[in-house]
Structures are given as structure tokens and as C-alpha cells.
Design a protein around this ligand. Structure first.
Ligand code: HPA
Length: 245
């Protein structure tokens, strides 16, 4: 049985139903992680939690130390990772409030340290990333949603943008032509690093707004917060059913 790690995104800086045992700051070769790892029990099973943007939500997407976070989770014995993130919806099915389990990824980010394989003494390694996400974690998330009675869309392409600004309408049109269904700012290089280090990783995305140009309404933080608040409650219910993996 694997040890489950949960990376919490915006709106999920802590897991209310996690019975916390302890917190540990992990030293990594890549510097500081977003915060200490929280060890606890969720539904009676061991999980390790980290808030991607820091527990006070102060680290923007392009400044997250993805390498340190992933390395730290791996270091403490995590084998499977559920990566929770708020996203914008692009395709018709991805309305605000929808929970989506993406099965593909397009990386539009730039300038982020995005590999553990920096060359030097080590060999050049090209990981197979045709299927970027772990089928086993995705399958368990689908089952868990079913058990919890929470509707989810079981597929879609996650487009990772650089941020922290939101996209232009033209950028979203382009991403849509490319096949993107949802857009977020943290899915890369997080997923890449997880694969490189051997973690079985899958995203759990909550659509919190219609992406740029997809709605007549302007995108406001107030509207996003309202959807996020309600939606993350459903995400928590799914997470409670998902462990063990
Ligand atoms: N774009 C990029 N990232 C996001 C969005 C968006 O519209 N909403 C939440 N995260």
C-alpha cells in the first residue's frame, strides 16, 4: 500500500479533517519547500500534506519551489500524490464549480527550474511523459468521487501557464485550439518532477472561473473565492474517500 501525499492549492491550505500527528521541515538539496510537511491521518489512513503556496498563501505560482516540494514528499516515503489546484475553465463542460480529473497536460510555462536531471556528473535522462498522470491515482479519485456522491469530469487537458496574471482572450483561444480544457499555473513543472523522481501523481482540479473571454462577466477574485469556498468542500469529501491508495 502506498503513502499518499496531498498537495493543496489555492483554497486548500489545510485539510480540516486531517488528524495532525506532527509537522516536519525537510531540508532538500533544492532549498526550502513551501512549508513544513504535515503528517496525519485522513479517514484513518496516513497522509502527508503540503500547501503549495505556503500555509499563509504567500508564494505565487512562478515562485513555488516545485523541486523542493516534490523532493521532500519523496524523501519522507510518499509514493502517490494527489495535486489539488484551482483552474479556469475553457471547454464547454468546464463550468465554474466543476471538478475535473485531467488526463493530459500542455506546458506553456517558461523559466521555471523544471527538472532534477541537470546533467553534470549524471547521465542525460529523457523520461517517457506520453501519459503525464498516474492511472492508478486517477482511477482511485474517480472511485472516491463515486463513493462520496460528488460529480467529476473524468478527463481533460490541463494547460499550465506562467502567471501570475490571468491570460488574454487570444491566449485562451490559442490554448483551446491546442486542445486545452482547463488552465492553471501550477501543473507544470510539478507533474514533470513527480514523474522524474518516481512519484505516481495525478491532479484534482476545481474550476473556479471561466477562462478569459469565455464569459461576459469580468473575472473577479470575489467570484473566484465564492466558487472556491464551496468547491473545495466537495474536493475535501473526495479526498476523504480516496485513501488508502
Ligand atoms: N487561468 C490560469 N490559472 C487559473 C485560472 C485561470 O483562469 N483560474 C484559476 N487558476
Amino acid at each position: 500500500m502506498g503513502v499518499v501525499g496531498i498537495i493543496g492549492g489555492s483554497g486548500l491550505t489545510r485539510l480540516k479533517n486531517l488528524q495532525i500527528n506532527n509537522r516536519r521541515v525537510i531540508r532538500t538539496p533544492f532549498g526550502e519547500a513551501s512549508g513544513p510537511l504535515t503528517f496525519g491521518q485522513l479517514g484513518g489512513h496516513e497522509v502527508v500534506f503540503i500547501a503549495r503556496h505556503g500555509y499563509g498563501h504567500t508564494i505565487p505560482p512562478h515562485r513555488v519551489n516545485y523541486r523542493a516540494n516534490i523532493w521532500a514528499l519523496h524523501h519522507v516515503g510518499v509514493t502517490h500524490v494527489i495535486a489539488v489546484a484551482a483552474v479556469g475553465g475553457i471547454s464547454a463542460a468546464m463550468r465554474s464549480g466543476v471538478i475535473c480529473l485531467p488526463d493530459q497536460l500542455i506546458d506553456y510555462t517558461s523559466g521555471r527550474p523544471s527538472t532534477f536531471f541537470e546533467g553534470g556528473e549524471s547521465m542525460v535522462v529523457h523520461i517517457d511523459f506520453s501519459e503525464p498522470y498516474c492511472p492508478r491515482v486517477r482511477e482511485r479519485l474517480l472511485q472516491a468521487a463515486g463513493t462520496a456522491g460528488i460529480a467529476v469530469v473524468g478527463g481533460g487537458t490541463y494547460a499550465a501557464t506562467q502567471g501570475p496574471r490571468l491570460e488574454t482572450t487570444a491566449e485562451i483561444r490559442r490554448i483551446e485550439r491546442d486542445g486545452g480544457d482547463v488552465v492553471g499555473m501550477t501543473g507544470a513543472p510539478e507533474a514533470v518532477l513527480a514523474r522524474e523522481i518516481g512519484l505516481c501523481y495525478a491532479p484534482l482540479s476545481l474550476v473556479v472561473n471561466s477562462a478569459a473571454g469565455k464569459s461576459a462577466e469580468p473575472i473577479t477574485m470575489e467570484a473566484i473565492d465564492a466558487v472556491m469556498h464551496e468547491g473545495m468542500e466537495r474536493v475535501r469529501k473526495v479526498l476523504e474517500q480516496v485513501v488508502p491508495l
